[in-house]
Design a protein around this ligand. Structure first.
Ligand code: FES
Length: 250
């Protein structure tokens, strides 16, 4: 759950990932606090079914049809229980270096074509979120310290994925991942800080999923003993100088 802005819109937009379905809409306000309030209200409406996606024309979803209006009761309960934590993480997330890039061309989105991203915009340690085929793609500019720390985690992760390279990328400065938790598809939060965390006293930076506590390192490798079974997926991508091309593998 997060807020973002679009180039041609003066308003904040809301983003929700519910059971793998991506929901986005304009929150019709330029005030961040008010936007956060609308975002929480909208999330609760979706969970309780008081306002369904079928009646809200601004909502875009990955799936269509009757499935949009179904929310599994067990899942709903779990998400309601964790909603307070999700909100807290989202608010602190605004302080993390974050570059939103939800602006591929309409044509590219419609065709599911590849999407280009200018890596020169991204400072070391920062992460951008790029939309590709209605899926958030995390693009992380690794720091030297982060790269030095990754091998230290080889024995704490389920699958070290050594054959994929240190950053799981052909350009080790940049890691490209699908921003979808491999447990039940929540959106993991980016926490690059190297400091003790509530979920890990020896945290060396990575992603934390607030739904059920899965942890991933900065290369998207899943820690042992958490609900997520596998590493964050790497989408097909390639590099052409400072340009990242998502959707094309060379
Ligand atoms: S969805 Fe369950 S830990 Fe991420």
């Amino acid at each position: 759950m997060s807020l973002y802005t679009r180039d041609k819109s003066p308003f904040y937009w809301g983003y929700l990932n519910i059971d793998g379905q991506i929901h986005k809409k304009s929150l019709k306000t330029t005030d961040k606090k008010e936007a956060e309030k609308h975002l929480f209200q909208w999330k609760n409406e979706l969970y309780t079914g008081e306002v369904t996606t079928g009646t809200n024309k601004l909502v875009e979803t990955e799936k269509s049809g009757a499935d949009n209006n179904k929310v599994d009761n067990t899942r709903r309960k779990a998400l309601m229980i964790t909603s307070g934590l999700m909100g807290a993480v989202t608010v602190t997330g605004f302080a993390v270096p974050f570059l939103s890039a939800w602006n591929p061309s309409e044509k590219a989105k419609a065709l599911g074509a590849s999407v280009k991203f200018d890596l020169s915009k991204l400072d070391p340690g920062a992460m951008a979120v790029v939309e590709w085929r209605r899926t958030p793609i995390f693009v992380v500019h690794q720091t030297k310290k982060a790269l030095d720390n990754l091998p230290k985690l080889n024995n704490r992760v389920t699958d070290p994925a050594l054959s994929e390279g240190i950053a799981r990328s052909s350009n080790e400065k940049f890691t490209v991942l699908k921003g979808v938790c491999t447990h039940l598809s929540c959106a993991p939060k980016y926490h690059p800080e190297i400091e003790p965390k509530a979920w890990d006293e020896e945290w060396l930076g990575g992603f934390f999923c607030p739904c059920h506590g899965s942890k991933f390192d900065l290369a998207g490798r899943v820690y042992k003993g958490v609900p997520a079974p596998i590493n964050l997926e790497v989408p097909p991508h390639s590099f052409d100088g400072d340009t990242l091309i998502i959707g094309e593998q060379v």
